[in-house]
Ligand binder design. Structure first.
Ligand code: ADP
Ligand code: MN
Ligand code: MN
Ligand code: MN
Length: 363
């Protein structure tokens, strides 16, 4: 029997690209989703005269909504004329960087925060009749109808991600009412990013059935309300074996602040203000347990003297292919490759590291 393939791609919308998808019916005999195309002049990816763009399947999984043999097909966009990656195709560059630094064994876990909105543009966690809810405090990881809004969507989305085989790790209600998070990982740059894009699409698709809009805006509500981020946790093999490499990674990030922050998602200045568990976007800091730092080293990592670090700066609306590419480039180009480290006498920085870089925790 024929089955359905939902082809997903990232468009050319500015300042933040959006997800697009369309359905291809595949004959019973088709085992691998074929290359397809679309009208780029309707997605801000081409002009009317030369509008054909190519969809190249790069990752596919079970469609947990249509079920059966149906699939979801994530695609990269290519220029039909030349066969080159389309300028909006950030995955191709990410793939090249991941390959270049493969020996470092970099893996990522991304915490995707998002905010539910009503179709009239007001946050879903705000009273339908107008006005603002009580101040932040009771909502984070809350329970009860006065503290938590939108849970049915989260439940459906989580099951959908599991059924699709995505590497979803957990979910939680966030600090602003109607704001939530799920985590994907830990995996290499392409896997974590591919799974994140499909998980975002599933979220929007499921929320659509509930008449709820998903916003990935960095600061969906002005005022004393938390913004939405995509904390990006990362580790190389060296970081998973020694603390020196973790500090070195943080210091390397500190030397490239503008390059990172200017590519971590639109409107980052509104979110990284120094308030609401953020560090100012233009001042870099790192510290153990510090949720007011740009990069946080979890306390358990400081205790074990190995593990990972959390770049807290990426926005909810970031492009995960760009974020993971930049972190890979900055951290790995500053690190000896495992082969070189072994040749130069083995263990990376045998020093007992403890105090350096630590700051007092806020909470
Ligand atoms: P918090 O809310 O305390 O910042 P979460 O539990 O939401 O933390 O997310 C922790 C993230 O850290 C997960 O996405 C997980 O995959 C990631 N992570 C854990 N260990 C590693 C590691 N060694 N390398 C990269 N990421 C990691
Ligand atoms: Mn989290
Ligand atoms: Mn969070
Ligand atoms: Mn976090």
């Amino acid at each position: 029997m024929a089955y359905q393939a939902e082809y997903i791609w990232i468009d050319g919308h500015k300042p933040t690209p959006m997800l697009r998808s369309k359905t291809k019916i595949l004959a019973d005999t088709v085992k691998t989703p074929p290359i397809w195309g679309f009208d780029g002049s309707s997605t801000e990816q081409a002009t009317g005269e030369s509008s054909d763009c190519m969809l190249k399947p790069v990752f596919w999984c079970k469609d947990p909504l249509r079920k059966g043999r149906n699939i979801i097909v994530l695609c990269e966009v290519y220029l039909a004329q030349t066969g080159d990656p389309h300028p909006t195709n950030t995955r191709a560059a990410c793939a090249a960087t991941a390959k270049k630094y493969a020996a470092h064994g970099m893996i990522f876990g991304i915490e995707q925060e998002y905010t539910f909105m009503r179709t009239d543009g007001r946050p879903y966690g705000f009273p339908a009749e107008g006005g603002e809810p009580g101040p932040q405090g009771p909502y984070y990881c809350g329970v009860g109808a006065d503290r938590v809004m939108g849970r049915p969507v989260i439940e459906e989305h989580t099951v959908a991600c599991i059924d699709a085989g995505l590497m979803i790790e957990g979910t939680n209600a966030e600090v602003m009412p109607g704001q939530w998070e799920f985590q994907i990982g830990a995996a290499d740059a392409l896997t974590v990013s591919d799974h994140l894009i499909v998980a975002r699409w599933l979220l929007e698709r499921i929320a659509e059935d509930h008449g709820i809009v998903v916003s990935l805006d960095a600061k969906p509500q002005k005022g004393d309300w938390n913004g939405a981020g995509a904390h990006t946790n990362f580790s190389t093999k060296a970081m998973r074996t020694g603390y020196g490499a973790i500090e070195a990674a943080c210091e390397a990030l500190g030397r490239k602040v503008t390059e990172h922050v200017s590519n971590y998602g639109h409107d980052i200045e509104s979110r990284l203000t120094g308030k609401h568990e953020t560090a100012p976007y233009n001042r870099f800091s790192f510290g153990v347990s510090n949720r007011g730092a740009s990069v946080r080293i979890p306390w358990s990592v400081a205790r074990d003297k190995k593990g990972y670090a959390e770049d807290r700066r990426p926005n909810a609306n970031c492009d995960p292919y760009v974020v993971t590419r930049l972190i890979t480039e900055t951290v790995c180009s500053n690190e000896k490759t495992p082969a070189k480290a072994a040749a130069s006498g083995g263990k990376k920085s045998g020093k007992k590291s403890g105090g350096k870089g630590k700051k007092k925790s806020k909470k």
